[in-house]
Design a protein around this ligand. Structure first.
Ligand code: NAD
Ligand code: DAO
Ligand code: ZN
Length: 380
């Protein structure tokens, strides 16, 4: 048993004191894990746009002060009573989409959404309704059930998965969100068939991972669409066959009309990876009549709505969504780690920036810039 088991740990964390302000490096106390919980030493975390969205104050579920971060990997420091699936020393990926294997969602076999910790996770507390982080005596909220912007975090036993120790944690952390989300959307939520034609709107980490998943499934044409021309070389590196900047089409030509023209009627699969509701509509309308399937991955701002003509779906197009790529974290992530280790899909290539916990605000700035795919933060 570790020397620290059962005791509070003092460590550093980036604390979001209030919306709209930079996170602040603080010394915090992390309480030991209670029944059914696990305390993890976080070695690396990615920074995702959802962290930025919550930090901006736009997230209706955002509670402050909080420890943000949800794309992390580390090592189990100690486990609470009753935890049997992971043990001290295990290498783990934190899961913002939990998997309990007991709730009606998990048992349905139809979804990777899990109900076990959903309600408390959304309120920024542990499943028993309390918090494990304090800073100068003030309690800090948890975030997405993971809070990876701290050197130590406490999570539900359903919110992490042990992985092979040979997988480097600075890469494994990206399986905690962006890479898994896109790759899974192409290969699990949708099982893109060999030769199928695909369009991906929005070429960030998630869109690139959709492209990688489509290539993995041997799609035919993979058309990447982004308003930033700089994304063309990225898209092609990941397997896109074509790139279109919709803002550079001839006057009066919409991206939907253009896609329908160049694909003889539309795409077999389309993906929104922007979070823009107008783009979501374009994704549906550029799916082929009769069978085209459009998947919303992007998260729209609170209160936004999608509109489209019902005839679009009456005539056989399908609109669906995908959370965490449809991946059941505890069951399926170890297999994804194996695939990565065998070189069958990309992780390293997404990392355009690295930084340290001390300089995490530089990472936040990188993430907001148009040229960052993922910034990985070393927590030591
Ligand atoms: P990102 O900001 O790195 O990439 C978005 C890309 O979309 C950018 O390249 C941008 O130039 C492009 N874009 C913006 N407006 C556009 C438009 N009108 N037409 C075409 N391209 C446009 O973001 P990311 O990290 O790749 O995440 C993408 C989205 O996925 C975000 O909304 C994020 O919140 C969401 N997300 C969802 C899940 C999930 O489980 N569903 C998980 C992770 C992220
Ligand atoms: O079960 O009600 C629920 C919510 C599950 C979470 C779905 C998350 C999808 C998008 C998250 C943003 C990216 C980190
Ligand atoms: Zn469950």
């Amino acid at each position: 048993m570790s020397d620290t088991a059962g005791k509070p740990i003092t460590c550093k964390a980036a604390v979001a004191w209030e919306a709209g302000k930079p996170v602040s490096l603080e010394t915090i106390e992390v309480a030991p894990p209670k029944k059914g919980e696990v305390r993890v030493k976080v070695n690396f975390t990615g920074i995702c746009h959802t962290d930025m969205y919550t930090l901006s104050g736009s997230d209706p579920e955002g509670a402050f002060p909080a420890v943000l971060g949800h794309e992390g990997a580390g090592v189990v420091e100690s486990v609470g009573e009753g935890v049997t699936d992971v043990k001290e020393g295990d290498h783990v990926i934190l899961l913002y989409t939990a998997e309990c294997r007991q709730c009606k969602f998990c048992k349905s076999g139809k979804t990777n959404l899990c109900g076990a910790v959903r309600a408390t996770q959304g309120k920024g507390v542990m499943p028993d309704g309390t918090k494990r982080f304090t800073c100068n005596g003030k309690e800090l909220y948890h975030f997405m059930g993971t809070s990876t912007f701290s050197q130590y975090t406490v999570v539900s036993q359903y919110s992490l998965v042990a992985i092979d120790k040979s997988c480097p944690l600075d890469k494994a952390c990206l399986l905690g969100c962006g890479v898994t989300t896109g790759f899974g959307a192409a290969t699990i939520t949708n099982k893109i068939e060999e030769g199928a034609n695909v369009a991906v709107f929005g070429i960030g980490c998630v869109g690139l991972a959709v492209i990688d998943g489509a290539s993995f499934n041997k799609a035919g044409r993979i058309i990447a669409i982004d308003i930033n021309d700089g994304k063309e070389q990225w898209a092609k590196k990941f397997g896109a066959t074509e790139f279109i900047n919709p803002s550079k089409l001839p006057e009066g030509k919409s991206i939907v009309d253009h896609l329908i023209d160049i694909t003889d009627g539309g795409l077999d699969y389309t993906f929104d990876c922007t979070g823009n509701t107008k783009v979501m509509r374009s994704a549906l309308e550029s799916a082929h009549k009769g069978w085209g399937e459009a998947t919303v991955i992007g998260v729209a701002a609170a209160g936004e709505e999608i509109s489209f003509r019902p005839f679009q779906v009456v005539t056989g197009r399908v609109l669906r969504g995908s959370a965490f790529g449809g991946v059941k974290g505890r069951t399926q992530l170890p297999g994804m780690v194996d695939l990565y280790q065998k070189g069958e899909f990309k992780i390293d290539e997404y990392i355009t920036h690295t930084t340290t916990l001390d300089e995490i605000n530089k990472g936040v700035d990188h993430t907001k810039s148009g040229n960052c795919i993922r910034c990985v933060v070393s927590m030591d």
